[in-house]
Design a protein around this ligand. Structure first.
Ligand code: FAD
Ligand code: S2G
Ligand code: ZN
Length: 477
């Protein structure tokens, strides 16, 4: 794809790094946290999909809120643009520089601060890796309210900044609900202490919500307080096959109705996604006998009584089988089998990267229409590309991914702006959970009115008057 910056001009108001800046940062952070090493910079400048690449000459690794504050205060006074970086697993080009922005990686700020074991309220630093938090909580009888395929690298600060959704969204909802408080540092270095740990606090505008999903453009999140659900003893996972998309929809309605409170995940993938995984990932096999199924569904239940949950799930599966909603299925007998089922769903992104060029669209759509855009895209592209549809069906979130051996301009021109227009026409969102980043900064009007975009721009101007926070991202430039 080259870098999207071919179309964007570097803002001439931004300064470039000088040797005085480097000495200042070394003084402040210590030598080893001021990275100019070529290889380290190469990695930090490239996004996970190897689609966006910046040319930053400097990576800073602060260890405390105060160091973040000092860095931003200095960069703001010098008009040095910055890009906050967490695990760098973002999929819209938001976490890497467009030009030579200074990269500020929060990864060293990875301490758990407190866990209230009565309420399950965790306070931690933004650089904590999601999987590490989940493991820490496991021993305390709690779980993180989100789970995503990137859990091994993504940081909770990045999750909050992108308002990440993920596999548990259907049960535990949005981070706007589970995040109770934040500490954030603004471009001028001021530290906003919004780190409340109360479920209810109705005292004025709830400003933390501005930072949830702001993708590093309003400030750097340094601490988070989050409500973590209790870890329940009984988890079941079924891997099912459906003959058509209508059955998937009906299965979702049935699951919500009959599994009710124990339903904790409802994911789908089509046969093209299954083929992609079986072709490109080692040691992954389809748990169901190959057949003409067109869709696969993962249904997870999480509850507190093994017998009660199993009985509910088995009754649901039997009734769905008899009703013809599912054509085949298997319930994981142990944790290994369950992880092999999840490996199929979570491995699609990785398989796509191995197959060649990927055109990735993360759409929210009404469930009834959600798969139509996949079929439309298939008829538009014909044999020139593989079109995959998978995602969090339970939340109406489609991951439309188009794969070609090499990047192809003509394929791209057949996808955009069609896919955005189609989504907008069906009152969907052009970004369900990944954010806008660089990729969709100029596409926001497909899902937001010009008045709201203008108001967002004035809020950005108020909080970051010099525009140094993650420039060129989220809002049109
Ligand atoms: P980064 O990629 O480093 O940064 C993301 C954005 O947040 C950037 O704009 C960056 O500037 C900003 N940022 C990072 N840290 C901070 C901070 N402390 N303060 C302010 N701004 C900050 N996403 C989902 O929502 N659901 C999924 O199911 C999902 N599955 C994925 C599966 C795979 C295999 C991969 C590779 C990605 C997946 N993602 C998913 C996308 C990605 O993992 C999420 O967007 C994640 O929240 C990014 O976290 P990160 O720490 O990697 O952030
Ligand atoms: C997922 C991330 C990967 C992709 O797998 O749920 O959010 O390919 C996605 O879009
Ligand atoms: Zn997703």
């Amino acid at each position: 794809f080259g870098s999207a910056s071919t179309k964007i001009q570097r803002n001439p108001l931004f300064a470039t790094i000088t040797s005085d800046d480097i000495s200042h940062f070394k003084e402040l952070l210590g030598e080893k946290n001021v990275i100019q090493d070529r290889d380290r910079l190469l990695t930090a400048n490239m996004d996970w999909m190897r689609k966006y690449e910046g040319s930053s000459q400097l990576l800073l690794q602060p260890r405390s809120t105060d160091e973040v504050s000092q860095i931003l205060k200095y960069c703001n006074s010098r008009h040095l643009a910055v890009v906050p970086q967490g695990g760098n697993t973002g999929l819209v080009g938001g976490s890497v520089p467009v030009f030579d922005e200074v990269i500020i990686n929060i990864g060293s700020m990875n301490n758990v601060i407190s866990l209230d074991k009565v309420s399950g309220i965790l306070v931690c630093e933004a650089g904590c890796i999601l999987e590490n938090l989940d493991s820490f909580l496991a021993n305390q009888g709690f779980i993180m309210p989100l789970d995503l395929g990137a859990k091994g690298s993504c940081q909770i600060g990045g999750n909050v900044s992108t308002n990440a959704g993920g596999l548990r969204f259907i049960r535990y909802g949005s981070l706007h609900g589970s995040v109770l408080g934040l500490e954030a540092v603004l471009a001028n270095g001021s530290v906003l202490d919004m780190l409340g740990t109360l479920r209810k606090d109705n005292t004025g505008y709830d400003l933390k919500h501005l930072f949830i999903g702001s993708e590093g453009t309003l400030g750097i999140i340094t601490k988070i307080s989050i409500l973590t659900p209790p870890r329940l003893s009984s988890v079941n996972l079924a891997f099912l096959a459906c003959k058509d998309y209508l059955s998937c929809q009906k299965l979702l309605q049935e699951a919500k109705r009959t599994l009710g409170e124990v339903l904790s995940a409802f994911e789908f993938l089509d046969s093209y996604s299954m083929d992609m995984v079986l072709t490109h990932l080692e040691g992954v096999r389809n748990p169901l006998p190959p057949s003409t199924y067109n869709f696969y569904i993962l249904i997870e239940t999480t509850g507190s009584s093994e017998s009660y949950d199993k009985e509910k799930l088995e009754a649901f599966l039997l009734c769905s089988m008899e009703g013809g909603l599912i054509s085949d299925g298997v319930v994981a007998q142990d944790i290994n089998q369950a992880s092999s089922f999840w490996r199929i769903r979570e491995g699609i992104a990785e398989a796509l990267m191995k197959a060649g060029a990927v055109y990735k669209y993360d759409l929210s759509l009404p469930v009834e229409q959600l798969y139509n855009v996949v079929n439309e895209m298939r008829s538009r592209l014909g044999p020139s590309a593989k079109v995959l549809g998978y995602g969090h069906l339970g939340d109406g979130n489609l991951h439309l991914n188009i794969s070609t051996p090499e990047y192809d301009d003509t394929v791209f021109a057949q996808i955009e702006p069609f896919v955005y227009e189609w989504t907008s026409k069906h009152r969907g969102s052009i970004s369900a959970e990944h954010g806008l980043g660089l990729m969709k900064a100029n596409k926001i009007h497909y899902s937001k009115s010009s008045e709201t975009v203008q108001l967002m721009a004035s809020i950005k101007k108020l909080l970051d008057p010099n525009g140094i926070m993650n420039p060129y991202k989220v809002l049109p430039h």
